[in-house]
Design a protein around this ligand. Structure first.
Ligand SMILES: NC(=O)C1=CN([C@@H]2O[C@H](COP(=O)(O)OP(=O)(O)OC[C@H]3O[C@@H](n4cnc5c(N)ncnc54)[C@H](O)[C@@H]3O)[C@@H](O)[C@H]2O)C=CC1
Ligand SMILES: O=C(O)C(=O)COP(=O)(O)O
Length: 492
């Protein structure tokens, strides 16, 4: 799958290095950070690429209006402001720059923890008001206290390492990162129920997903030590804001450091204004270093993708990662053509496909080959929304929605000429088996795949031939049958 980009819209404040890199590769870039929702919807059809931070809400409406959109880039980490599901269904790549702002977010988290222990924000404000009030600001030491880290990914572990230098004991929970990995950064992995009562501070570093929404709620506050403090430099909504306000009021929660809010900017500032809260306006990634990194990274990732060099940072295109190299292009075409052929030969709608890759060179090709096959199959069978392209990004999702199941197997034989074999089984139980390979420079140069066919019940024949698949498909099934039955091992 080849992706070309001609015009990119940047709709949030992104370091100018991003524009420079894209322009130096011939991409036209328009920066407009003042677009209202409706203006963005009106503007987006002109672009094939969009780059945002957290401010632009890339909703289904925006994505559906983006008739030419191929890629949405997030100069940062969280993609919760982008409707990734709709983007995927429309075959649009969503890409972020994981890691570019990790250290800045970790440092900001540490700053919030430290600020809380000494009430720095209010103490500094009192000095600006010319009040020398030493009695009002009795703090606590971090040394010997326990910090619970929920989410032991990139930021969580950097926070752990930094706060350990203050003498804090770090404990943590993550459903994917286990105890052994946590121990590598001196953090004791504990199940949540065991962790709540031990923590003096709890900091969250997870994405906002259903499992983490309101993760810290009234019940959790009740299980914590009285006076424990919470920090949220991840996403608004991981800590239930109403429950936090109640816990601050009752004294169950001793303080909160908040960088993120359910609504940004918040309509209701009662949490931010609360005397026990140190709040910042989503500044975790707002450092020169982080902004420079994410701007360069997103631009370079776009260019690498367009040049077919590599796919980095895509959050919704697992099939694409091995499909960009020039060597894989004929295989992608073969897969698509086999999908089309399967749909032509199967008399009923296909309920399942079983793809087998043969040969070690195709060991990692199963996911893009099956996606290519599904794209070809769906392209040839679908009616309706012809607007949305069918490609390696959306074909697996749309096939799943249509109830089509896909099985993949690998036969890793070193000496074998690489080939693929697929069995299409219809809802009525008929099956069509096709086998194909990409052979020879001369054939692949003019874009045609060579395919060895073995047709079973669906055409009630058992023939084997080699045909120029592209021209056969262009002439339709009847022509194909004629070609197959009249040719034996001939390239047409
Ligand atoms: N305030 C700011 O400006 C910034 C905020 N962020 C946010 O910080 C958060 C963390 O970012 P990274 O560390 O880069 O992400 P990451 O993907 O490296 O780590 C997230 C971790 O959360 C874990 N997790 C998922 N579900 C969980 C659950 N139910 N309970 C506990 N852990 C769970 C994952 O397994 C993963 O290890 C994200 O929400 C990101 O958007 C990131 C950068 C800047
Ligand atoms: O990268 C993230 O997840 C962030 O929250 C940073 O957001 P921002 O790019 O500063 O709007």
């Amino acid at each position: 799958m080849v992706i070309s980009l001609s015009r990119v819209l940047i709709s949030d404040e992104v370091d100018p290095k991003c524009v420079d890199i894209l322009q130096s590769h011939g991409v036209e870039v328009v920066t407009n950070t003042k677009l209202s929702k409706n203006e963005l919807i009106a503007e987006i059809p002109k672009y094939d690429g969009l780059i945002v931070r957290s401010a632009t809400k890339v909703t289904a409406e925006v994505i559906n209006a983006g008739k030419n959109l191929k890629i949405i880039g997030r100069a940062g980490t969280g993609v919760d402001n982008i409707d990734c599901q709709v983007a995927t269904e429309r075959g649009i790549i969503v890409m972020n720059t994981p890691g570019g702002n990790t250290l800045s977010a970790a440092e900001h988290t540490c700053a919030l923890i430290i600020s809380l222990t000494r009430d720095l924000a209010r103490a500094a404000q009192s000095m600006k008001e010319e009040r020398w009030d030493r009695k009002a600001f009795m703090g606590i030491e971090l040394n010997g206290k326990t910090l619970a880290i929920i989410g032991l990914g990139r930021i969580g572990r950097e926070v752990a390492l930094r706060m350990q230098s203050f003498g804090m004991k770090t404990i943590g929970y993550d459903p994917i990162i286990g105890a052994e990995v946590a121990a590598e950064f001196n953090t004791e992995w504990l199940p949540l129920e065991n962790l709540w009562p031990l923590a003096d501070f709890i900091t969250v570093h997870t994405p906002l997903i259903p499992a983490t929404t309101n993760l810290i709620n009234d019940d959790v506050f009740a299980k914590c030590k009285r006076g424990m403090c919470v920090i949220n430099c991840a996403r608004g909504g991981i800590i239930d804001e109403a429950a936090l306000l109640r816990a601050l009021e009752s004294g169950q929660c001793g303080g909160a450091g908040l960088d993120v809010f359910v609504e940004e900017p918040p309509k209701d500032y009662s949490l931010a204004k609360h005397p026990k809260v140190t709040a910042t306006p989503h500044l975790g990634a707002s450092t020169r270093e982080a902004q420079s990194r994410v701007a360069v990274e997103i631009a370079e990732q776009f260019i690498d993708l367009v040049q077919g060099k590599q796919l980095f940072g895509a959050v919704n295109a697992p099939a694409l990662s091995n499909a960009l190299s020039p060597e894989s292009q004929p295989w992608v075409r073969l897969g698509e053509n086999l999908g089309v052929l399967g749909s032509l030969l199967a008399r009923d709608s296909v309920a399942s496909m079983h793809l087998t890759t043969i040969g070690t060179s195709l060991d990692k090709a199963g996911s893009y080959l099956s996606a290519a096959m599904l794209a070809g199959y769906l392209r040839s069978t679908r009616s309706g929304d012809a607007d949305a392209p069918l490609n390696l990004i959306n074909a697996p999702v749309l096939a799943k929605q249509a109830g089509l199941t896909v099985k993949m197997s690998t036969q890793s034989q070193v000496s074998t000429t690489a080939s693929i074999s697929v069995i299409f089984t219809t809802a009525g139980g008929q099956s069509v088996q096709l086998a194909g390979s990409v052979a020879g420079e001369a054939v692949t140069k003019n874009g045609a795949s060579v395919i060895g066919l073995s047709l079973s019940q669906a055409v009630n024949a058992s023939v084997c031939g080699i045909i120029n698949l592209s021209s056969a498909l262009a002439n339709g099934l009847e022509a194909l049958k004629t070609i197959v039955s009249s040719s034996n091992q001939a390239v047409l």
